[in-house]
Design a protein. Structure first.
Length: 146
């Protein structure tokens, strides 16, 4: 069988990765261009090194492929409630889903409307839980919340 669509990265993708890798908070070897959020979530789930029974908290209102990426890499998706007004996860919803097996929290910003990422990030740091922020926010680059 001939693969008509071999994987490839063009000059634009390589230039994007190189430019992104120059950001002071990004190690060049970690700047990876992906074509879709599903691919990015798959890479994030793989990077977590999930073990059988490890949990990743996801908002109940999100795209299905996030849960699929967690499952594909050996984790267990656990869904949390979202704010009915913004459809974003809140710390209260996340906290209700966190257990001793929680390895990560995925916090997207629904419809481009930023959630309370500062509070979520602070609590995740305190608990030693990895935060996967799924968006750029308020004119700040991805990864600017620490």
């Amino acid at each position: 069988m001939i693969n008509l669509f071999p994987p490839r990265a063009g000059a634009d993708e390589k230039a994007f990765e190189a430019a992104f890798g120059e950001h002071p908070r990004v190690a060049p070897e970690h700047a990876v261009f992906v074509h879709a959020a599903a691919s990015g979530m798959s890479l994030a789930a793989e990077a977590l090194g999930l073990q059988d029974g490890d949990e990743v908290v996801l908002p109940s209102f999100s795209y299905l492929t996030a849960a699929g990426a967690v499952l594909a890499h050996g984790g267990r998706p656990v869904f949390c409630d979202v704010d009915p007004r913004t459809l974003n996860p809140t710390w209260e919803g996340i906290e209700a889903a966190v257990t001793e097996r929680t390895r990560a929290v995925v916090a997207p910003h629904h419809g481009g409307h930023p959630g309370d990422i500062e509070r979520i990030a602070a609590r995740c740091r305190e608990l030693g839980i990895v935060l996967i922020e799924d968006a750029a926010r308020r004119g700040s680059p991805v990864g600017s919340v620490r």
